[in-house]
Design a protein. Structure first.
Length: 255
């Protein structure tokens, strides 16, 4: 059985088995994969995996937009033209014939949708992306590109490593301070257990979204820790660099 979910999250049927879905994102086709879908090991498996994501939203494989993720906050706008695999960690789209995606194996896969369903974003944030305010950058980019006001957005944070398992060193706190985050932020996002530090990406991302103007009632956290569920999710921290990747994917509705 898959991990229990609550609130707006639910498990739904997908070409590979099950996908996680968040009803709060409205009419857009979207979801997060599990380790039932292989996006690694061999080129053939990878091609088949991306094709299955396209199939899940009713598109052919060549309509799947992927990113070369570099743990930054660069934004790529997916248009009707083909673009290869751009270097970015945030994708925006209003092209209904494209599905935009991010890959993770502990980092946060963030999906954002305007209430009309016409404008969407997929964002990737590990600790570097969180320090770089990927969540806030995404909200501001949607406003700049599509005039999508923050209070018209709903945002869902899919499976990623939780504060239960993401142990970090004091140097990471310093890295956040160097990016301008306050001492209060660091105290809130870096929690202590038994004298050890743990980063709470769930809380940090939600806080950053609220500061960017998204109402708290429109922010949804799956609270599924990738490290805690080895039967369902890949985890870099648990399994090492050879582990697979999960994908978050979202497709806007036609204008």
């Amino acid at each position: 059985m898959p991990p229990e979910v609550s609130g707006e999250f639910a498990w739904v049927a997908a070409p590979w088995g099950l996908a996680l879905h968040c009803g709060a994102l409205g009419p857009v086709a979207h979801g997060w994969t599990t380790r039932q879908l292989r996006l690694h090991r061999t080129p053939e498996a990878e091609r088949a995996g991306w094709a299955a994501i396209g199939e899940a939203v009713g598109l052919s494989p060549d309509r799947v937009v992927r990113l070369s993720q570099v743990h930054g906050a660069a934004v790529h706008v997916a248009t009707n033209g083909l673009c290869g695999i751009p270097e970015a960690d945030i994708a925006l789209s209003d092209a209904a014939d494209r599905v935009i995606t991010v890959q993770v194996a502990d980092c946060a896969p963030i999906l954002t949708a305007h209430r009309s369903g016409r404008f969407v974003a997929a964002s990737h944030a590990g600790w570097r992306g969180t320090a770089a305010d990927v969540a806030g950058v995404t909200v501001r980019a949607l406003a700049d590109r599509y005039r999508a006001a923050p209070d018209t957005l709903s945002v869902a944070i899919g499976p990623c490593i939780g504060p239960c398992c993401y142990e970090v060193g004091e140097e990471l706190v310093g890295a956040f301070r160097s990016k301008g985050w306050s001492e209060a932020d660091c105290q809130r996002w870096f929690v202590r257990h038994d004298g050890r530090r743990f980063l709470d990406i769930w809380r940090a991302t939600a806080d950053q979204l609220e500061r960017a103007g998204v109402p708290g009632a429109q922010i949804f956290v799956s609270r599924l820790c990738t490290a805690c569920h080895p039967d369902w999710f890949f985890s870099y921290r648990r399994d090492g660099p050879e582990t697979g990747r999960l994908a978050g994917f979202i497709r806007p509705v036609p204008a």
